[in-house]
Write a protein that binds this ligand. Structure first.
Ligand code: FES
Ligand code: FE2
Length: 365
């Protein structure tokens, strides 16, 4: 069986017979190339919080699986997503990360674009006959959902609201519109395939073992449960114990069923968010190469979150635990004399993710 057919067959299996993906699918360059084309360059991809791009000219530049993209709040107050590559000789226009500017001047020869990607200036043009309208930056579709910005490089992807239909009633209970204070991104490079980082972020099976002193003490594995899901998204949840929230006592008596739980929202290929009464945090994972990915985290809050040493240490500690275990798994993925085993009920969200992979990668081949 070809490596593609083997991955398809395992990724399509129902929960009752679900297994880990073939190890080769976490290292293989051909599978990575297929994922880049069929997933990252076709589906809606999470970018950042809308709140982070609220001022005119604020932008976020990043590589969407090798494709340089910039999202900017235009002078028309709309979000515009476009290629971050100069139309002259291909220089990256904006440095990766957040910034603010209402003109994008190429660092090479100074060709200049506005916030809609329109070429507005060519220094030292001389007698060259250059049609500016023919040299604008290619535009991509951008949309928002629940305060989050998504982009797709595809003209054919079904709408974002269609992909995410059905999640909203669950979110409503948390009144997420309260969360208006954004906390800046942290970004790390992990030596692991992007799928491993995503599978790890979405399942709560590993908490008791990997996060014994950190997350397990607050959101234990034994209290985690599956809510609803499928190929487009999955909701899981769990009980928060030892909650330190100041509003806890006030709300707990009448709303305990909602607020003593966290809700974990997994939106493949790249977003896993966790919402509690106090916060809306997420990580996003983007591939860099078959065995490297970038992992970003950020969040929205109703009031400025605690940044005391204890809280910061807690967050840093469990991130470090996740990075270490994912990189350790990655080094097992080179094995040719072993293979992945059965998944357990607590990994049902991973099975949904595998179904997403199967449908995106293989449905039309
Ligand atoms: S490459 Fe951008 S101005 Fe020359
Ligand atoms: Fe973890």
């Amino acid at each position: 069986m070809s490596k593609f057919r083997e991955m398809e067959s395992i990724a399509s299996a129902p929960l009752e017979s679900a297994r880990s993906l073939p190890f080769a699918s976490y290292v293989d360059p051909d599978i990575y190339t297929l994922e880049r084309a069929q997933i990252f360059h076709k589906d809606w991809i999470f970018v950042c919080a809308e709140q982070e791009l609220k001022d005119v000219g604020s932008y976020y530049a990043f590589k969407l699986a090798d494709e340089p993209v910039v999202i900017v709040r235009g002078k028309d107050s709309q979000l515009h997503a476009m290629s971050n590559v100069c139309r002259h000789r291909g220089t990256i226009l904006c440095e990766e990360g957040m910034g603010i500017s209402t003109r994008f001047v190429c660092p090479y020869h100074g060709w200049t674009y506005d916030t809609k990607g329109v070429l507005i200036g060519i220094p030292h043009q001389g007698s060259a006959d250059i049609d500016k309208a023919e040299h604008c930056l290619p535009q991509f579709r951008v949309d928002t959902w629940e305060g989050l910005v998504f982009v797709t490089l595809s003209n054919d992807a079904p709408s974002l609201s269609k992909k995410l239909a059905g999640i909203e009633p669950y979110l409503r209970k948390y009144q997420s519109e309260r969360f208006q204070i954004s906390v800046p991104n942290g970004e790390e490079e992990w030596s692991t395939n992007w799928k491993l980082a995503m599978e790890n972020a979405m399942e709560s099976y590993h908490l008791f073992r990997v996060h014994t002193e950190t997350l397990e003490a607050v959101t234990p594995t034994r209290e985690a449960f599956y809510i609803e899901g499928g190929r487009d998204w999955t909701l899981t949840g769990g009980k928060i114990i030892n909650a330190r929230s100041k509003v806890w006592d006030f709300f707990a008596p009448k709303e305990s069923a909602v607020f003593e739980n966290y809700l974990l929202i997994s939106i493949p290929p790249s977003f896993v968010g966790i919402i509690t009464y106090d916060s809306w945090n997420w990580i996003s994972v983007l591939p860099i190469s078959p065995q490297k990915c970038s992992v970003r985290n950020a969040g929205l809050y109703e009031s400025k979150p605690a940044s005391d040493k204890e809280t910061m240490d807690f967050v840093q500690a469990f991130f470090a635990e996740d990075k270490a275990i994912c990189e350790r798994v990655q080094s097992g993925m080179h094995a040719t004399h072993s293979q992945g085993g059965r998944l357990v009920e607590l990994e049902r969200v991973v099975v949904d993710f595998h179904h997403y992979l199967a449908s995106m990668l293989f449905e039309h081949t």
